[in-house]
Design a protein around this ligand. Structure first.
Ligand code: NAG
Ligand code: NAG
Length: 352
């Protein structure tokens, strides 16, 4: 009798827990994204820049084989994260004219390939600077208010997960490539300069009502195939120098998250670190079902991306799932999926 009683208690408890989890699960009603090509779904198609990917073979494994402007053969991490939260399987780009506020109400990306925290980075290829992404976000909030009404819109914003993913271009496209910032800052000072911009951006989001925010860290950027290609002296191994910068910068972003959590009442700011899982995939590709991690699928795999990675190139691999990298700067859909799952399980689960 006592046993039966206990098992009933356990059953009822389990039902209650699952009801509570379901209710909390419904609490991320939208995912709102800021950043660079790691999370751009096609905003650059709407602006005059060469930082584009809205042509084959990009998107060849995307739904309908469509080259949306995502820098991959298929979906990007935020698409998988959206799906994991029970939202749509792909987050649309704000500037894509085939979507409107009824789509954006559950997810939208303002990201722009080739941008960075630093205004000087977005200027290199004339893409959308971070401050402009914030202006678009304000416009989005106005549209959301007309669509849902003021009070529902404010609730939607405070419950939505806001995600930031950028910074690689500040170092690789800007600091180490074009003159300017290197004469002004040591790399450590430049990291601090960028962290200052990140902090201000988060405070602006908070001021606009955002409460759940994920601050994304840098990948092991010295292992991107393009960087390996330039490492002639080091036998095309990863560029340790860039990986060290990524680790230093990530450490500073993590501290920023800790500080802002203490400073801003009601904020839940998490640091989403892709570095170690990504490094593990690169170091032991076969453990994750890959065959190649040193060069990319597209073209020679050594330096092509954007327009240089096009359908006329006969060297492009036939099965992207064998490769960690799709082009010389961006992961394949399969890698994006593994990293997204890892981040959901280890960091974002608290919002599920
Ligand atoms: C959005 O687009 C859909 C289909 O294209 C249309 O039915 C709907 O009325 C539009 N909604 C708004 C709010 O403009
Ligand atoms: C970037 O440019 C915008 C617009 O000109 C400006 O408001 C902002 O202060 C600049 N950011 C930095 C860190 O200089």
């Amino acid at each position: 009798m006592a046993r039966i009683h206990i098992s009933w208690v356990i059953l009822v408890t389990q039902i209650l827990v699952s009801v509570i989890v379901t209710q909390v699960g419904a609490k991320v009603p939208a995912i709102i994204v800021f950043g660079d090509s790691s999370v751009d779904a096609g905003n650059n198609n709407a602006i005059p820049t060469i930082a584009r990917s809205n042509f084959q073979p990009y998107g060849r494994d995307f739904s309908g084989g469509k080259a949306t402007g995502r820098f991959s053969n298929g979906r990007i991490p935020t698409d998988f994260i959206s799906e994991a939260f029970g939202l749509k399987p792909a987050i649309p780009a704000y500037l894509d004219p085939s979507y409107n506020i009824s789509d954006f109400a559950t997810g939208v990306t303002f990201a722009s390939a080739a941008t960075g925290y630093d205004n000087a980075t977005s200027s290199v290829l004339s893409v959308i600077p971070l401050w402009k992404q914030l202006e678009y976000y304000k416009e989005y909030q106005q549209k959301l208010k007309s669509y849902l009404g003021n009070s529902l819109a404010s609730q939607r914003i405070s419950e939505a997960l806001h995600m930031m993913s950028l910074g690689t271009n500040d170092f690789l496209e800007n600091y180490y490539t074009i003159p300017g910032r290197q004469s002004q800052f040591t790399v450590q000072q430049y990291q601090d300069f960028l962290v200052g911009i990140a902090g201000n951006f988060i405070k602006h989001l908070y001021g606009l009502g955002a409460r759940k925010i994920s601050l994304g860290g840098l990948p092991p950027m010295g292992c991107l195939p393009l960087e390996r290609t330039t490492n002639f002296m080091g036998g095309n191994e990863c560029m340790d120098k860039y990986n060290i910068v990524a680790l230093e910068f990530n450490g500073k972003l993590k501290n920023l998250a800790t500080n802002l959590n203490n400073e801003l009442p009601g904020i839940s700011l998490v640091f989403s670190d892709p570095y170690y899982i990504f490094m593990q995939i690169i170091r032991s590709p076969s453990q994750y079902g890959f065959e190649v991690s040193s060069v990319a699928c597209c073209a020679t795999g050594m330096f092509e991306m954007g327009y240089a990675c096009n359908r006329n190139n006969l060297f492009t691999c036939t099965d992207a799932n064998r490769y960690v990298f799709w082009d010389s700067f961006h992961p394949t859909e399969k890698t994006n999926h593994i990293i997204a799952e890892y981040v959901v399980k280890n960091v974002l689960a608290q919002f599920l």
